[in-house]
Write a new protein. Structure first.
Length: 81
């Protein structure tokens, strides 16, 4: 039995990238990257606002619990509805 081995070698010129983008494609890519960055910034800002809201709610809840504990210790009862 005879075996035939074929080796294929393809070389790209150093000056040309594997694919070339046209001017319109480059513009569309820049617009898409800008939109992605804007969405990322807005999501990060929203996350920061939510974290601040949660921290504020935690402080309010802790303050209320401390007030309830103090009222219970003094025998005053519930101070709020």
């Amino acid at each position: 039995m005879t075996t035939l081995t074929v080796t294929l070698s393809v070389t790209m010129p150093d000056a040309a990238p594997p694919f070339a983008l046209g001017a319109g494609e480059r513009l569309a890519l820049r617009v898409a990257e800008g939109l992605q960055a804007r969405v990322h910034r807005r999501a990060a800002a929203r996350t920061a606002r939510i974290a601040a809201d949660l921290a504020r709610e935690g402080l309010i809840a802790e303050s209320r619990r401390a007030g309830d504990r103090a009222a219970a210790a003094n025998g005053v009862g519930a101070l709020r509805w």
